[in-house]
Design a protein around this ligand. Sequence first.
Ligand code: PLP
Length: 403
Amino acid sequence: MVNSLDSDYYESEDPVWNPALLTIPVPGIRKMVNLAATMNDVIHLSIGQPDIPAPPHVMNATIDALQAGQSGYTMDAGLPELLDALADYYGYRSGRPLTPDNIIVTTGATEAIFLALQAMSAPGREFIVPDPSFMLYTPLIRMNGGIVHSIPLRAENGYQLDPQEVIDAMGPNTHAIVLNSPSNPTGTLYPRSTIEAIVEEAAFRGIYVISDEVYDHLIYDDQEYPSVLSCCSDLDHVMVISSFSKTFSMAGMRIGWMIASQGHIKKLRRFHMFTTTVANTPCQWGGVAALLQRELSDNFIKGMLEEYTKRRDRLVELVNQTPHLTGYKPEGAFYLFPSLPAGVNGTNVALRMLKETGVCTIAGDTFGDALSNAIRISYSTSLDNIEEAFARIIPWMKEQDFG
Ligand SMILES: Cc1ncc(COP(=O)(O)O)c(C=O)c1O
């Protein structure tokens, strides 16, 4: 006879998960992509990773590392050569002296975001998060009982964040502000004045700024990139997160990092040892090549920016020609977040559009509650795909009557 307790424990369809996991929504992206996988002839405007292969010098350095036997663990904070290269590189870019002790190498920016938010969130603590935003932040805060104070962004001003709204939202329980510029899902780049105003007021009040800067090299029209690192007077209250995923098309190689005060890095190293231990060793060598072989890397980034700029410009034109969609010109990343008429449900539109035209986009409410009448379009796909997608979307939209 089977022991009923054992069978309940191992076979129950409703296992006893930690209730904190209920804060994780069914990802809107997965729903769409899973449905698309059952269909033929789908064009994806849904992908959040570069479609360009990683540069050869990075791939070769990774392969060389493996062949040289670099398949063991690194030091917990990261490969010393990568920490040195990151410290030099960020020191140069931000004009602020940094040492390897200011850095921890993580399994993608995702692990750095996880470490920062899980280490900080606690019942009663408030976190200011723009809405819409990358979907990881809110669940990671709520999992530990933290409270999310959303700042709704508005389509009519290109989803810019009003620093005064952020400052007005700061209260006695505010623990941290999460920034992501340029933004996923909107591609909006915050100007230096916005970052400076927020960082300055936050430092004055002892509030942390966690800045997700994974798209810091995907900036168009020669605009300057104001990293939080170049807008703060010290590192006491800032955590800057980035990775190689987007800049060097290394998303699957999983190398990211956080830059913060030495005290914070010391504490987070302990947490990191209890989560992923270390990041992928051969790919950290790939990262060293990305940072040190500057000429090759600069050429790669330049080529990538030229390609994305062409796509963005064409996408903006196509969205402007599409009935019921209102666009704008995003300054960075590879996303556009056009609006549908007020009150129209973006989830329904994205689902019907996928089923009826075979074009896969992502519904706006995947990224927050404020803007359900929007869809996210990624232009991390070829110009041909973008043209073909809109050759289907425009006539389909003409037929829609959103009343
Ligand atoms: C804003 C943002 N942050 C972080 C990530 C995750 O980056 P990584 O691949 O380095 O974990 C993504 C990936 O889409 C992103 O869009």
